[in-house]
Design a protein. Sequence first.
Length: 438
Amino acid sequence: MRRIRAAAAGAVTVSLLTAVTACGGGSSTGGGSNDSPKTLTYWASNQGASIEVDKKVLQPELDKFEKQTGIKVKVEVVPWSDLLNRILTATTSGQGPDVLNIGNTWSASLQATGALLPWDASNFAKIGGKDRFVDSALGSTGAQGKDPAAVPLYSMAYALYYNKKLFADAGIAKPPATWDELIADGKKLSKGGKWGLGAEGSNPSENIHHTFVFAKQHGADFFTADGKPDFTSDGTVAAVKQYVDLMAKDKIIAPGNAEYAQNQSVSDFAKGKNAMLLWQSASANLKSQGMSDDAYGIAPVPVQSGTPGTGTNVNSMVAGINLAVFKNSHNLDGATKFVKFMTSDAEQKILNTAYSSIPPVKTAQTDATFNTPANAVLKDTLAKSAAALPQVADESQFETTVGTAVKTLFAAAAAGHAVTTESVKAELEKAQQQMPAK
């Protein structure tokens, strides 16, 4: 999903998730119009190292769009800590933007509100066709069997970033390929005020991304095949425990990371405080914080054994940002033109270069700009060993409830309390009880 996403603040209520209320551009009629053909409002997600960085990236492109079309775009860069709740509030209040970024894992949940414009064949034709986009990105645009609720904008995958100097100083010749190797290396690196690995223990969404991958590696999932929550299976419990144990038992994550929720682990890595980082497309962020490209290496996220692939060797969720349109926008034609502009080959190259992400548009992805060693790891992961989070209506509440359960367990670990199989299962049972009844 998002690149440097922080937690969606507050609980997501069932009523918000299941509301089917129109919204966007200030209209509450639900029909959409072109009453305001010269303006658009756009909520952009915080992709760079700061909101100011995003404004510097986006404004020249929005000015370019205005020059081409005569449509002025008013942009607001919304922090990840606020974005989901802002969107859900907009779906019920009828007060929202014309166009917005959504984390791709939220697609099915927001689709279920009925507030987003469906991207049927006719709408895709207006932006050049659905076949312009890679399959992995389209797989996280809404529920299976329904027209997508959004269009892919940025694609990402998790990778292991490692500090070359700290590895060399510890006598470690290569990045770890398995979790046992990562723990062994992490213990060698956790000394002198430095730690082996960084984490965002207070960020529910980040917690979900990692525990989802661990669950896949344990042959489990958080939902049954028919979309029902299944948070307490042996595999999911083992997955959550393995992740939290990196702090609680293995002690390669600093206890203070239990309070991290605003990408502090990325800053710590850039400053040499952590030797390893599990992150989505971090290169541009690290560069903006003064870390040179040759100071770190990039490798696939470890697996239990063997090499990354499908099934139990999945090592990333399909991460990314989608572009959605509120279906009752006062400038539906302008919003569609804006989506076409943002997903054009030229803009895909500019924007994905700025954010060190991968274009989900096929022709842009093959551009030489994205054939760097760093991107090779990310592209290979997306193509061979990444899986989409469940595209079910309750996905965003799953992120909130289970992600918060993991946050609670990290807090317990930081306080020196034992994290047992029983305590993990108890927290996951509480999370499952908060999900909507079926």
